[in-house]
Write a protein of this length. Structure first.
Length: 142
């Protein structure tokens, strides 16, 4: 599914399976884990995933659940899969002491995702500008 997500975002070169597997295992099962994942399964097939981590600080001295990736395979869309994943994330955040909110981003040109979040009743937050720099070139930091 990681390869499918990469292709969805336009990747033309995909890492070999063994490298992807090692990265997923390190992220999800390392000590401590770098991230967590909720899977949606239908008819014994994985049809969606929500990858998240916790960020600190959030409001006051609390932390937030940050949804990094919500992906539903085309055959799992319009069946409530994404809604179930979002409900599960909210439940995880609510059950975690000190977690004050769930946060995520989507691309401005991802009209389908933006419409999905609006249908769930979420409003867009216009207060942030996102930046990104590769960690492989420290000279980029000036």
């Amino acid at each position: 599914m990681i390869e499918e997500i990469e292709r969805y975002y336009g990747a033309t070169t995909i890492q070999p399976f063994e490298q992807r597997l090692a990265q997923v295992e390190a992220a999800l099962f390392g000590t401590p884990p770098l991230a967590y994942c909720v899977l949606a399964v239908a008819d014994s097939e994985v049809v969606g995933l929500a990858a998240y981590s916790f960020l600190w600080p959030a409001a006051g001295s609390t932390h937030s659940l940050f949804l990094k990736e919500l992906y539903v395979r085309p055959d799992g869309r319009r069946l409530g899969t994404g809604t179930r994943l979002m409900r599960e994330l909210r439940a995880i955040a609510a059950d975690r002491p000190g977690c004050s909110r769930v946060e995520w981003m989507t691309d401005r040109d991802n009209d389908g995702a933006r419409a999905f979040y609006r249908r769930l009743g979420f409003e867009e937050f216009e207060g942030k500008v996102n930046y990104r720099v590769a960690c492989t070139d420290p000279d980029q930091l000036g």
